[in-house]
Design a protein around this ligand. Structure first.
Ligand SMILES: C[N+](C)(C)CCCC[C@H](N)C(=O)O
Ligand SMILES: O=C(O)CCC(=O)C(=O)O
Ligand SMILES: [Fe+2]
Length: 405
């Protein structure tokens, strides 16, 4: 938050393109910070805090929070945006008691608190992260000693769920221990935080190395680090695993923070990072058997970034399911492979690998938009159950607890 004691420096003259006309007004109340504004052709510039903020007039009318314009019970807009004159400008503008007051042609009055405007400005959004995270390699994660939730408390205490979600948001993985080794208990655990996302694999799924589906997951083979359902237009947000039984050797789970690796690429080569973020590729899942017919494709870049602040929010990385590359013009293909190799090199550094044996009782939640999973080959009977969760509902639960998500 901006601090009252910090007096902002007013340098707007250099930053602004020549205004048609100017109106400056400075308010110095006891509790208020000084605020000045200028009226440009299509926007108002507010100096309140460190950097000038620009508010377009149509935007200001569109975001009016008066009872006529906005239903604060339902948090929904009443204003018909399609009916706002695109050349609208306020007839009168003033700052009083930490509020910006605009009178529009026709007499409608809009009153914004300056802190609301600052909070909701593009300039603020551009500087801030949507999701605070702690990026990790194996040592960072282990040294953080992140506690696992315990089943009993997790099922009865909302505060326990809150702590769990906080860890999940920060690290992209979180564990619940002492869960009864049943599908029902696993399902009950997931329902403390979200809704299950049903897919072609089922709602709650239980699988073993029986080749019941046309996918290498249903074998005893090792699986390299990857994200799941990269062939969905929106890959599943969260994956939950619970190993109900393993009578044999091997089968440890590999976890790698894809964002840690991607940020290493960003530091070493912004060009490679940019290429991975810009070039769309396709993933696919084709299954043709007597019992299952599926053909899914999803198209998107390896790295998805928020356009306004370049924050990474999703990684698609699955060498098994990556489909024919025909979305990259020939002059970029070689460069794309070089960039992809740099990411692969980072993802494969042994120090970035977190290996865990999922024994019965331990349920892991994995952010499938961030953290890659894989497994070691194994022998014997190994039964895993789990599900995918809808990301929107996990984040909604987190926000319900007041967490930033
Ligand atoms: C988890 N479960 C066994 C149900 C499905 C596995 C899907 C595997 C697929 N290759 C992918 O990466 O999406
Ligand atoms: O068997 C495992 O541990 C995980 C396999 C896998 O990658 C998956 O089911 O998505
Ligand atoms: Fe997988």
């Amino acid at each position: 938050m901006l601090n009252c004691k910090l007096r902002p420096v007013f340098k707007q003259a250099q930053v602004l393109s020549a205004p048609l006309w100017r109106h400056k007004m400075q308010i110095r109340g006891c509790a208020s910070r000084p605020a000045t504004f200028q009226l440009l052709e299509d926007s108002l510039v507010l100096n309140y805090g460190e950097k000038p903020m620009h508010f377009n007039y149509v935007w200001l009318r569109d975001h009016c929070r008066s009872a006529a314009s906005y239903n604060s019970q339902t948090h929904q807009r009443n204003v018909d945006t399609g009916g706002i004159d695109l050349t609208i400008r306020p007839d009168n503008t003033s700052v009083q008691d930490d509020h910006l007051i605009l009178t529009w042609p026709g007499g409608h009055v809009t009153k914004y608190s300056l802190s609301w405007l600052a909070e909701n400005s593009y300039e603020r959004q551009k500087q801030s992260r949507v999701q605070p995270r702690i990026l990790w390699n194996s040592d960072i994660y282990k040294n953080a000693n992140v506690p696992s939730a315990k089943y009993d408390l997790f099922m009865s205490s909302d505060n326990e769920v809150k702590k769990f979600l906080q860890n999940y948001l920060l690290y992209g993985i979180a564990f619940v221990d002492e869960v009864p080794a049943t599908v029902e208990a696993t399902e009950a655990v997931t329902q403390r935080v979200s809704l299950i996302r049903e897919t072609t694999y089922g709602r709650m799924w239980c699988f073993t190395s029986d080749f019941s589906r046309g996918d290498s997951a249903y074998s005893q083979l090792a699986l390299d680090r990857h994200t799941d359902t990269s062939y969905f237009q929106e890959p599943c947000g969260i994956q939950v695993f619970h190993c109900l039984k393993h009578e044999g050797t091997g089968g440890r789970t590999l976890l790698v923070d894809g964002f840690y690796a991607a940020e290493k690429v960003r530091q070493q080569s912004p060009e490679n990072f940019d290429l991975l973020a810009r070039v769309p590729i396709r993933h696919e899942y084709i299954e043709k058997s007597d019992t299952h017919r599926n053909h899914m494709t999803g198209i998107g870049p390896v790295l998805d970034l928020y356009p306004w602040n370049k924050e990474l929010y999703l990684i698609r990385y699955n060498n098994y399911d990556r489909s024919v590359i025909n979305t990259i013009p020939h002059e970029l293909v070689q460069r794309w492979y070089v960039a992809h190799r740099m990411l692969t090199t980072e993802l494969r550094r042994p120090e970035n690998e977190l290996w865990v044996k999922l024994n019965p009782g331990k349920v892991v939640f994995i952010d499938n938009w961030r953290v890659m999973h894989g497994r070691e080959s194994f022998t014997g009977l190994r039964q895993l159950c789990g599900c995918y969760l809808t990301r929107d509902d996990v984040l909604s639960s987190a926000r319900g607890f007041g967490l930033q998500a």
